[in-house]
Design a protein around this ligand. Sequence first.
Ligand code: HEM
Ligand SMILES: [Ca+2]
Ligand SMILES: [Ca+2]
Length: 346
Amino acid sequence: FPSGYNDGPKNGYNNGYNSGYNNGHNGGYNNGHGSRGYGMISNLDYRFYDRSCPRLQMMVKSGVWRAFKDDSRIAASLLRLHFHDCFVNGCDGSILLDDSEDFKGEKNALPNRNSVRGFDVIEDIKTDIESVCPLTVSCADIVALAAREAVVLTGGPFWPVPLGRRDSLTASEQAANTNLPSPFEPLENITAKFVSLGLDFKDVVVLSGAHTIGFAQCFVFKHRLFNFKGSGQPDPNLAASSDLLSKLTDTCPNVDSSNSNLAPLDAASVVKFDNAYYVNLMNNVGLLDSDQILMSDSNAAALVKSYSESPYLFSRDFAVSMVKMGNIGVMTGSDGVIRARCGFPG
Ligand code: HEM
Ligand SMILES: [Ca+2]
Ligand SMILES: [Ca+2]
């Protein structure tokens, strides 16, 4: 990676943050082999808290399990929380900051408002950890570990999480609105957003597999059900599966009041972290336009096919891509802070 990758400026954090970010990185379309693996260049360290907070990982694990007992969707929500943190100013806990009178952060940015969940779970875990290891563990690291636990808890792969991220003092509503991929935009745009953060095309396909768990609100896919691209008809991909189409129109009748109703992203196994997401795409029953659209690109479709055939391949590649995502724009050393509470910068 270019120098400067890991040392985000302390002051004026957002100014020019992305400049030079991607120089020299492998741009765009490749098959992802080579330059992948756990050996990424990063200042993070698997053993960062071994001495300062030896029970950290156990505490995160039990906090996630506790929350999961009452709400199995929380696993999906915690995984998405890490993604929405890392894609906006790097994995720095920025998404966790509460709005105040003179500060508007990311929580209420368009992709997050009434959509991202799990803040209270992270805050509860942080409170536990503060009682044992005060001002030691960053919120960004807790989110990264919680995302891993969420995947393990739902039957997905375990991977060691490199640690030592520092928390931001600020957040950017605007960056959240522009950096996070939207389910309404074409694959090229989504890919460009990943590439601008040092990820690649394979990561788009692999990380989209996170949609093997969790839910989406009707308004993000409703345009596929009734009047796709002005045709007055459902998306032909969905129409081919009358079974799914009728379930979705039951959940999401064509009235505004259904907009926040929920449908499983992977109807085959909504709380199981498996490769069914890719099997769905092969069968044209992906829920989001941005999911099914992967099949319209021959490189992506080839990866989808191989993951649909091999859960092991998917598990392995997902773990690798999650470590990559967890490295985006991290602050280490004396940059940033360790927050006392995740919702407040101080
Ligand atoms: C590739 C571009 C992506 C797009 C366009 C996208 C879009 C979305 C949308 C629209 C939702 C539903 C939100 C709602 O209805 O409130 C969602 C849910 C979700 N996304 Fe993504 N996503 C993408 C990539 C990712 C990645 C990289 C991850 C994690 C590694 C992820 C994890 C999730 C999870 C787990 C949920 C379910 C959350 C829950 O049930 O609380 N997504 N995504
Ligand atoms: Ca962030
Ligand atoms: Ca699944």
